[in-house]
Ligand binder design. Structure first.
Ligand code: AMP
Length: 194
């Protein structure tokens, strides 16, 4: 099963991707996690991406397209994968389409988690509080200023993907304001034919 999860920061893409990945025995491919790992390891990509990520802006299409293409070639992706946070721009979506075609693969669904924007900042604040309470490391872009910038980037560059995938006939929309289990159940209903 090959799936894209779309939605603004804080919509619950990561949570749903983890649950679905576990259930279906396929990996969650989060470009955000991959980039954070590159930053932590201070690789060339990590060095180029760090300041851009901390400012809540998008890393270049060229970098993320390459990361995803390499990751999809790894053996654990043979049975499928869940893309979480990629594509994030129309050029990335086009690059992904070409990449999959070149690899002889196709998508099963593109699922958008629709959420009320007013809830997003609250969700980010809850995530920070939970991470802090559990002694975890808070993301350097989970602060009000960077988060606002991430929302602007989403509206300008990522939201147009809904129209793009509506045009290809692949888009399915789910109400992301429901509780976690209800959202998972709604996604599973969409995936039954896949
Ligand atoms: P995320 O964990 O998905 O919220 O991503 C955190 C940050 O990583 C984003 O704010 C961007 O700076 C960067 N990032 C993650 N995925 C992408 C992508 N597909 N394109 C560009 N930048 C990305």
């Amino acid at each position: 099963m090959r799936l894209i999860l779309l939605g603004p920061p804080g919509a619950g893409k990561g949570t749903q991707a983890k649950l679905l990945a576990h259930k279906h025995g396929i990996p969650q491919l989060s470009t955000g996690d991959m980039l954070r790992a590159a930053v932590a390891q201070a690789t060339e990509v990590g060095k180029r991406a760090k300041a851009v990520m901390d400012a809540g802006q998008l890393v270049s299409d060229e970098i993320v397209n390459q990361i995803v293409s390499d990751r999809i070639d790894e053996p654990d992706c043979a049975r499928g994968f869940i893309l979480d946070g990629y594509p994030r721009t129309v050029p990335q979506a086009k690059a992904l389409g070409q990449m999959l075609k070149d690899k002889g693969l196709r998508l099963d669904a593109v699922i958008e988690l629709k959420v009320d924007e007013a809830a997003l900042v609250r969700r980010m604040e809850n995530r920070v509080a939970e991470t802090t309470a559990s002694g975890g490391q808070v993301r350097s872009d989970d602060n009000p200023e960077a988060f606002r910038k991430r929302l602007v980037e989403y509206r300008e560059k990522t939201a147009p993907l809904s129209e793009y995938y509506a045009g290809t006939g692949e888009l399915r929309v789910v109400n992301g304001m429901e509780n976690v289990d209800a959202v998972t159940a709604e996604i599973e209903r969409i995936l039954i034919p896949a």
